[in-house]
Ligand binder design. Sequence first.
Ligand code: ADP
Length: 334
Amino acid sequence: EELVSALPALDEREVEASLRPKALGEFVGQPKVREQLQLVLESALRRNRPPDHVLLSGPPGLGKTSLAMIIAAELGTPIRVTSGPAIERAGDLAALLTSLTEGEVLFIDEIHRIARPAEELLYMAMEDFRVDVIVGKGPGATAIPLELAPFTLVGATTRAGLLTGPLRDRFGFTGHMDFYDEGELEQVLARSADLLDIALRPDGGAEIAGRSRGTPRIANRLLRRVRDYAEVRADGIVTADIAHAALAVYDVDQLGLDRLDRAVLDALVRRFGGGPVGVSTIAVAVGEEIATVEEVAEPFLVRAGLLARTPRGRVATPAAWAHLGLTPPTAGGG
Ligand code: ADP
């Protein structure tokens, strides 16, 4: 398991589920999205109609899945969960859509990765609550229109920009999720510590929050590793000192950068002299897909002031050089 990765490890899903906020009022941070969503839901409840389809965009681990579940809970409806890559054929999606009950929430994670034929089927389903099911092949094939029960689609994506125009246009509301600040992460941690029965002192929470990469999923994971350390090496109480010592054992750096973040910075600074260099070149250098570099690593590096996206390519900031313990070449020297 990679300690600070923003993507969930398989065995962590259960713990994560237990830590999920269950109501909008329990959801920490994202005040803008929360307020907007509250209006969308409240108004739908008053009109007694399913709300418009909702798109949630933002980096992994910020609470998109949690919000989707909260939407269903607030509406008092069941939720069906799937993901873009899991929907391989339009027929699979048609079967799923026709099985939805009235008002149900359908959550599609990574919706930008849905196969094109399925996506096209989704257009009509979202707009008219109807699908055409194709029966047979070749010239004899016929389209049988089927009515769907009105439902609410909640889509999640790490990059709204990758969605096709027609798909994006069919969402009545898009919530843009941003990284959490340290105060918000401290609240997330206090809540989780309560649920997990961990004796977390405020200074311990602050220490963990500062290294959580702006991401609740990572904060919760670090909390559990620090708890392990506190129980084995101390009296179980998580203070700033204990958290500091524990995070040193787990190689979590001062900014909470993960392996990929560090690899990207390292390539940018050491191999390409700090840039500017294209993202595809960086991706090859770190052995990752371009999309992973762009969607998982870069948003936080930009937010942390370590990397800048310029028209000529990616550039390491002086803070990035300093973070790696290096001195940037003097400006104007070339
Ligand atoms: P995403 O779908 O964006 O990858 P998740 O909804 O799966 O993120 O969130 C990951 C974990 O982080 C959840 O299990 C939950 O414990 C925690 N979490 C995320 N957002 C919040 C929040 N706003 N308040 C409290 N916990 C949160």
